[in-house]
Design a protein. Structure first.
Length: 84
């Protein structure tokens, strides 16, 4: 997929997703980590897995949280874990 440690799973028209993009951009700017956005639209597997729980934050490919980005927790976890 990508070398980015952070992935934000979203869909268009999702106001929580817009808020999450801003939050994850702040976190990435603070740590220097890259992030990617993945849109579930048209991906039946992602739609089934995440449904209405969007946005979802993945850290190193594992679910870190959903609906809201917990910035302090994400910062702490990025700084304390090694990239895979």
């Amino acid at each position: 997929m990508s070398d980015a440690r952070l992935t934000l799973i979203t869909r268009p028209g999702c106001h929580l997703c817009d808020d999450a993009k801003e939050a994850i951009a702040r976190v990435a700017a603070a740590t220097g980590d890259e992030w990617v956005e993945v849109d579930v639209t048209g991906d039946l597997e992602l739609e089934r897995e995440y449904g209405e729980r969007l946005p979802v934050v993945l850290l190193d490919g594992r679910e870190h949280g959903y609906w809201r980005v917990e910035e302090e927790r994400l910062l702490r976890d990025l700084r304390s874990s090694e990239p895979r």
